[in-house]
Design a protein around this ligand. Structure first.
Ligand SMILES: [Zn+2]
Length: 341
């Protein structure tokens, strides 16, 4: 075969790759790629597990909303910003006031030279095996990007603060109702991509990657009980909230989420649309930990926009997510913790 034929073949293959990448981006420009993990199909909405609805205390949405108001008053909350430090202190202070032991894991990424902090606290159950309830606390950096359209004041009321507010509001509820499994509340740092475009392979998900790596090491040395499942909350406070059927997430956990939405009567806010979205659950999935991401990304007009403020949020939205999470927990525990013993 002549060199020019080889060249034509190589160029042809390259063209095909680029074409495929372009098609992928055009179809789904937001939060996929950079992972070898393949999205699965939509849930079967007719396969409903009958669950007992668990209602959150009626003020949970308001309590969470108050936290969001406080956090957004701190301004931008990515590493290096004054608001980042204030937010970490607020999370820690709120959890400590409940008598919880708080772990703050601070490290500096060697390549990016950025300091990150994950915060976590375990609500002990009868067993040490854990279900992780998590969110991210960092906000998207909206300064210094080449495109001026990406530089603006951003407080991340929904994208960041809503998940933090909900976890902080759920903490006393979970403490008052201890379960068989332990429940670990985790607030990840560095979820957002440093590049404007999503780049989870190299420049996003810093906190969750670190958390999973440390967990794996602790398992090897016998210092930690296993994490059996992850329920991730991201953007859970928009007024017109819609949690998509996120198709990277473990299907059985998505079926539980759907069943909980039906049991609580909140199904119109769930799974009307399906789309894959890379998030802090990806590092967990990569090591085989069943995970579900409850995220309102698909069709969200305020995502990474100056309009992501409390004006476009409602306590009622956070409240309904609280109902669904609390209704999910006993079934997650049954399927992923109790069934193993
Ligand atoms: Zn974001």
């Amino acid at each position: 075969m002549r060199a020019s034929t080889w060249m034509a073949l190589v160029l042809g293959a390259l063209g095909a790759c680029l074409g495929a990448a372009l098609t992928q981006r055009q179809q789904d420009p937001k939060r996929t790629g950079g992972t070898t993990y393949a999205p699965a199909n939509e849930v079967d909405k007719s396969a409903i597990t009958p669950l007992s609805a668990v209602r959150a205390p009626t003020d949970v949405g308001e309590v969470a909303f108050d936290h969001v108001r406080t956090l957004t008053s701190f301004g931008p909350r990515y590493s290096g910003q004054p608001g980042w430090t204030k937010q970490l202190d607020h999370i820690e202070k709120t959890l400590k006031a409940l008598g919880l032991e708080v772990r703050r894991d601070t490290w500096t990424d060697r390549k990016e030279l950025i300091t990150f902090s994950n915060v976590s606290a375990v609500i002990p159950g009868k067993r040490k095996e854990r279900i992780v309830l998590a969110c991210h606390h960092d906000t998207k950096c909206t300064q210094g990007h080449p495109d001026p359209a990406n530089n603006f004041h951003f407080v991340g009321a929904n994208d960041g603060a809503s998940g933090v507010g909900l976890l902080l509001a759920l903490a006393p509820v979970l403490l008052a109702n201890p379960r068989e499994a332990s429940v670990e509340l985790v607030f990840f740092d560095g979820e957002e991509s440093l590049d404007w475009r999503w780049n989870d392979a190299a420049r996003a998900l810093f906190g969750s990657k670190r958390f999973v790596k440390k967990h794996r090491e602790a398992l090897l040395t016998g210092d930690e009980a296993r994490i059996e499942a992850l329920v991730l909350l991201d953007m859970v406070g928009r007024t017109d909230i819609h949690i998509q059927d996120e198709t990277y997430s473990t299907k059985a956990l998505r079926q539980i989420a759907w069943s909980a939405a039906v049991a609580t009567g909140h199904e119109k806010h769930f799974f009307q649309r399906a789309e894959a979205a890379s998030d802090d659950h990806m590092p967990f999935l990569e090591v085989g930990i069943p995970s579900v991401d409850l995220i309102d990304l698909n069709g969200n007009p305020h995502w990474h926009k100056p309009t992501d403020t409390i004006d476009n949020m409602s306590a009622a939205s956070i409240q309904l997510i609280a109902d669904v999470v609390l209704t999910m927990l006993p079934e997650v525990e049954k399927q992923y913790v109790l069934a193993k013993r």
